[in-house]
Design a protein around this ligand. Structure first.
Ligand SMILES: NC(=O)c1ccc[n+]([C@@H]2O[C@H](COP(=O)([O-])OP(=O)(O)OC[C@H]3O[C@@H](n4cnc5c(N)ncnc54)[C@H](OP(=O)(O)O)[C@@H]3O)[C@@H](O)[C@H]2O)c1
Length: 294
């Protein structure tokens, strides 16, 4: 089976200094070299990353979409706080960010379903500019055969976990300044939250809930300067889709107009757009290679 891949989209360079090389100066017209530009020191600040100075909390950051968002946000200059249950995996992601981007990033080890954990978290982390809720699970099994505990676990992870994070962070954002642009929340739903799919009743219900939560919250807190948006991915190449049977995968690939699954980095690009575009509020951003159209 052929899996289509596209190269990562290049990001805005992060803040750094550079020394203009001779070759670079030689490319300029002679009059410019002799004029003002040449007279300037050769250590000029490049444009800072689009998220420089921002603090971003990212749940589900140990792998997949959450890890890709953390990577992309760090590239744009944000300081990331990575939330997840697996300390070793989170540490690996954090260490990768620190060595690549030379900024400090934090870890918060916990389960997004745990309301008490979120309360403790809010006592330790006071400043948040961006929240990305990417933690999620998607066990596949037919509804009538699924254990009620598992149905509950899916809803508590995907919906309640997202809601708890939104509540804690929205309260922080409201308290931290009176700015017109107080912060941005980005939730990750799923195309299965908009339409059905076999073996995904609890998952679809939870993801439909995430869309409802997003739009209702945008109506409530948009007026105090907090933007709330949701990304609605189709099939993305992560551990989640790696668990699909070959038949299900092939059926999905056939249905997607783009004829490939998306990359986690492409979801991360969408998250950067939502985090930086100050008019983006209550966006329900489909990212599915056209699957929602067919
Ligand atoms: N991949 C897709 O095709 C696709 C499509 C549509 C929507 N989505 C959504 O996108 C989000 C990310 O999915 P993914 O594909 O990146 O999945 P993934 O690779 O399986 O990663 C899931 C992440 O969620 C974390 N997580 C799960 N339960 C948690 C809990 N109770 N507390 C804290 N963290 C928890 C995992 O952390 P641990 O390391 O602790 O397990 C992991 O970091 C999910 O909400 C998913 O529903 C994915």
């Amino acid at each position: 089976m052929r899996i289509f891949r596209i190269p990562h989209i290049q990001s805005i360079p992060r803040a750094r200094t550079f020394t203009a090389s001779k070759a670079l100066l030689q490319d300029l017209p002679h009059s410019t070299r002799a004029g003002k530009l040449e007279a300037k020191p050769s250590t000029e600040k490049l444009a800072p990353g689009a998220l420089a100075g921002k603090v971003a909390i990212i749940t589900g950051a140990s792998r997949g979409i959450g890890a890709a968002v953390a990577e992309r946000f760090a590239k744009e200059g944000a300081r990331c706080i990575l939330v997840g249950r697996d300390k070793d995996r989170l540490t690996k992601v954090r260490d990768g960010l620190v060595s690549e981007y030379e900024t400090t990033h934090g870890l918060a080890i916990g389960d997004v379903r745990d309301v008490e954990w979120w309360k403790e978290f809010s006592k330790k982390h006071k400043q948040t500019d961006i929240l990305v809720n990417a933690a999620g699970i998607s066990p596949s099994s037919t509804f009538v055969r699924t254990d009620p505990d598992l149905l509950d676990e899916v809803v508590r992870t995907n919906l309640t976990g997202t809601m708890m994070a939104c509540r804690i962070v929205a309260r922080q954002m409201m308290a931290q300044s009176s700015n017109i642009d107080r912060g941005c929340i980005i939730n990750i739903s799923s195309l299965l939250g908009l339409r059905g799919g076999r073996g995904s009743v609890a998952y679809s219900a939870s993801k439909a809930g995430v869309i409802g939560l997003t739009t209702a919250l945008a109506a409530e807190i948009g007026r105090v300067g907090i933007r709330v948006n949701v990304i609605v991915p189709g099939y993305i190449e992560t551990d989640m889709t790696a668990a699909m049977t070959p038949e299900a995968r092939s059926e999905a690939l056939n249905a997607i107009p783009a004829k490939r699954f998306g990359q986690a980095s492409e979801v991360a690009d969408a998250a950067v757009f939502l985090a930086t575009n100050r008019y983006a509020n209550n966006c329900v951003l489909n990212l599915d290679g056209g699957l929602s159209a067919v």
